[in-house]
Structures are given as C-alpha cells and as structure tokens.
Design a binder for this molecule. Structure first.
Ligand SMILES: *[C@@H]1O[C@H](CO)[C@@H](O)[C@H](O)[C@H]1NC(C)=O
Length: 295
C-alpha cells in the first residue's frame, strides 16, 4: 500500500499531473460576462476551488470559492467533478477586471494557474457568438471564431490536443476537425461525426488570444417522428371537423332539395312565361287561362 502510494506520488511528480490547465488570454467586451474553465488533476477532485483576482499570486483576493455560498452577481464558480473542470464566471466586466487565478487546494498547498482578461470597449480580438453550443451524436457542428488577429489559428480541446489551420484537417479524440480560414471576419471550425466523448471545453486560438467554448453533445431529439405525430394529430383533427353531425347533414340535404325545388319551379315558371309571352302577343285569353291553371 505504502509502496503503491509512493509510486503514485513519484508518477504525479514526474508527469506534472498535479496541476491546473486553463486559457491564457481572453478578449472580452466591457459589460459582458465570460466563463473560464479550469481543468484540474484527479487528486484535486475533492479539494476546494477558488477564483482569485489580482495580478500577483501573493496579493490576489479570493472572490469566489466552492465551499462558500455565492451571493455575488459578479463572480460565480461551479465544479464538474466528472470532467474535472471548474468554471469561473465573471459578469459585468470592466476595464479593471484583468488578472485572475484558478486555484485549488488548501492553504499551504495551493495549486494555481493565471489567466488574463483583455477587457475593451470596442470589438473583441477573438470571440464566438456564444460560449455554449449543442451538437448531436453522428452529426457535424460548425463554430465561427471571429477574429482579425493575424497569426496561427487553432482549435484545441482544453488540456488536450490542438488542430492548427496549416494542417487544416486534424482529429481530436476521434473527431475530425476542419479549420476554414477563407471565411470573412474570422475562421470556421467544423467538428465532424460528433461522439459523446466529444462533449467538453474547447477553445479557438488566434495569435495569443483564446476563446473558450463548451460543446454539449447529445442525441438528436426525435424531431422527425414527433412532427409526424403532430401531423397525424392535425390530420385526424381535420377529419373530425370534416365529419358533419348527422342532424346538420339532414338539414343541409333538406335545404338543398328545397332550394333546388324552388329554383326548378321558378325556372319552369320563367320558361312558361317566356313561351306564353310569345303566344300572348297573338292570343291573350290563352295566356290568362294557362297561367291560371298553373297557379
Ligand atoms: C470555406 O468557407 C467558404 C466561405 O464560407 C466556403 O465558400 C468554402 O467552400 C469553405 N471551404 C471549405 C474547404 O469548406
């Protein structure tokens, strides 16, 4: 047991498992909010996670932590222990919200990683329309990363591999990634044939800016069959409205027959008067008698 433990310790020391991985520099607009994912090594799963604000680690202030109720509408923190990622969200960004640390552990043995927020009034250097996307298993998803920054464009899994625009076609965890830089205003990233393992935090990279994006992967809701059901329902509803109650049917038939009879009678009368008019020119008496008989 003790041997196993020391081997584990040795391994973690050698491979640098005991760490936090996050983005380095993110560009955001004043007043907006941003979520930053911090990936941690497994031995930190049950430790407290913090967000610390300040340029220097020694003088930064803990502004959110997972073991304390969060009643700030400026900072929040959530911990996904399955993915080993805690996410810090900073809202209503202003120019002074620049320097932060993702932190885990207890006093005396903290592990930490720094990130920088470039908060500007104008357009961000690198941004996406959203930070949360939903993709479906077996399908493709395209994310547009808006950027005018020159330099290498990348798409990376947080803590995982990256695909660069010079390769154009690469793969991340069995999913093909294509970067298209011939798109006005930025570049498109397409992930093909999503799998459930594809779910997680990624980021676009342009120059030294990064933009984190969460991709949720799920089964496509059965829209085709449910719309079919709806159509069926609507069809039966139409049929029902088409079905005329028997009473009404009898009434309609009676009225139709009556109208038909009246019309027939009138036409008969009209025809009769037309012929009698012609005749009446010659013989007045016949006309009077004839119509008299008819009525
Ligand atoms: C890249 O995007 C442009 C603009 O949307 C499109 O015309 C072109 O076909 C795309 N290239 C590839 C290889 O998909």
């Amino acid at each position: 047991m003790a041997v196993h433990f020391s081997i584990l310790l040795l391994l973690s020391g050698v491979t640098g498992i005991c760490s936090i991985t996050t983005v380095r520099k993110v560009s955001v607009k004043t007043g907006k909010s941003i979520s930053i994912p911090c990936l941690y090594s497994s031995e930190n799963t049950d430790k407290v996670k913090y967000l610390c604000e300040g340029y220097s680690w020694h003088s930064c202030t803990f502004v959110a932590q997972t073991n304390q109720p969060q009643n700030s509408d400026k900072f929040s923190i959530t911990d996904d222990k399955t993915q080993r990622i805690f996410t810090v969200t900073i809202s209503k960004l202003d120019k002074s919200n620049n320097n932060f640390w993702c932190v885990s552990g207890v006093q005396g043995s903290y592990i930490r990683e720094y990130f920088y927020l470039s908060v500007t009034k104008g357009e961000s250097s690198l941004y996406t329309e959203e930070q949360n996307y939903v993709g479906y298993i077996g399908e493709n998803i395209t994310i547009k990363c808006f950027s005018k920054v020159t330099g290498v464009k990348k798409w990376c899994r947080l803590g995982g591999p990256c695909v660069t625009d010079s390769i154009r076609d690469g793969a991340i965890h069995g999913t093909t990634v294509t970067i298209n830089t011939s798109v006005p205003g930025g570049f498109n990233v397409t992930m093909s044939k999503l799998r459930s393992e594809s779910e997680g935090w990624y980021y676009c990279e342009a120059g030294d800016f990064q933009m984190p994006v969460y991709i949720r992967v799920q089964n496509r809701p059965e829209t085709t069959s449910s719309t079919l059901e709806k159509q069926e329902k609507r069809f039966s509803f139409d049929l029902k409205t088409l079905l005329i109650p028997p009473g009404l049917l009898i009434l309609i038939v009676t009225m139709t027959i009556s109208i038909w009879l009246i019309l027939k009678r009138r036409r008969g009368k009209a025809e009769a008067s037309a012929t009698t008019e012609a005749v009446s020119a010659a013989e007045d008496v016949t006309y009077i008698n004839w119509t008299g008989n008819r009525q």
